[in-house]
Write a protein that binds this ligand. Structure first.
Ligand code: TA6
Length: 302
């Protein structure tokens, strides 16, 4: 069976051996296994802390949590009652079926509508649908946000939001490099003494020291490389990208982070997080990412 379902989890299996696991809680992808030309057995591509709680009591420390409708602490007046990174990552989503099942890939959809719990903190008309697609060497996630307002009032009931895929990519943080960020403007959240935007000067960005950088107007096409491995990330309608790794000092203070976990991942998080995406009543916005295995001979940056 290409799709297996249990009460709280969906497992996708591709006929060529790759697999993915998706929790209904937070629509969080908690595993993606894929082979490459050197390693013919599929292996884990995402990092999930061994201390992460997977019982729906708090957002998962790892995998791919979905951030919506605010990134970080809320900064929009309509988001004032939301907690850090919004409610999508700690709401239980609804199974909506298999979208595709063929040689090319296996694809499933979850949805999230305003529940009374969500409406208590965010009373806006929205419908989310999230499509996760697994191919032999690729994982894609598409978030569709619909403004369900039917109001014809003026001014229109515009939905303003931020959205981001909080990817915890399994990679050695001492040697991973991220490409395509050179010359971009970014906020350095680690350097609180510096106000304003810095300009990235590095061709390959490392996370050997604590890093929490929000790059704006990015090229939406990135490569992560490290000795022996690599992934590419392509995105659509996700103009910004965040690079985060806390390293030991801050990482050891994160309650659900396993000992030394910061050595085993880098977060590369594409999103619309500088300013707000806006949708008119009845319209839908879509943000997509495609994560692909880089095979040894195709790597440009090693
Ligand atoms: O995306 C980076 C970031 O916003 C960091 O500032 C860091 O705090 C991280 O997310 C984790 O946030 P969380 O709420 O999951 O602990």
């Amino acid at each position: 069976m290409p799709v297996e379902q249990s009460a709280d989890k969906i497992i996708l299996k591709h006929p060529k051996g790759s697999s993915a696991e998706l929790l209904l809680y937070g629509a969080t992808v908690i595993s993606w296994k894929a082979a490459d030309k050197l390693h013919l057995e599929p292996f884990e591509r995402l990092f999930v802390s061994s201390k992460a709680l997977l019982d729906g009591s708090k957002p998962v420390r790892g995998g791919i949590p979905v951030v919506f409708p605010c990134f970080g602490a809320p900064s929009h007046p309509e988001h004032a009652r939301l907690s850090q990174h919004g409610f999508a990552r700690n709401s239980v989503w609804t199974w909506d079926g298999i979208v595709m099942d063929n040689e090319a890939g296996v694809s499933v959809r979850l949805t999230l509508e305003p529940t009374s719990g969500i409406q208590a903190v965010y009373n806006k008309p929205f419908h989310l649908s999230y499509v996760v697609t697994l191919a032999e060497h690729q994982l894609s996630t598409d978030l569709h946000v619909k403004n369900t307002s039917t109001s014809t009032d003026f001014p229109p009931d515009v939905l303003e939001f931020q959205a981001l895929f909080h990817n915890y990519i399994r990679a050695p943080s001492s040697s991973v490099l991220i490409h395509s960020l050179e010359n971009l403007k970014y906020i350095d959240k680690i350097d609180s003494s510096f106000q304003g935007l810095k300009t990235e000067t590095r061709a390959g960005v490392d996370v050997k020291t604590a890093t929490d950088s929000v790059y704006e107007d990015a090229p939406q096409n990135y490569e992560l490389t490290w000795p022996g491995g690599g992934l590419s990330l392509r995105t659509t309608h996700l103009k910004d990208v965040v690079v985060w790794n806390p390293q030991a000092e801050a990482g050891s203070k994160i309650g659900d982070m396993e000992e030394g976990g910061w050595e085993r991942y880098v977060c590369l998080e594409p999103g619309h997080v500088r300013g707000f995406a806006k949708i008119e009543p009845g319209r839908t916005w879509m943000g997509q990412q495609v994560l692909s295995v880089i095979h040894e001979e195709r790597r440009m940056h090693l």
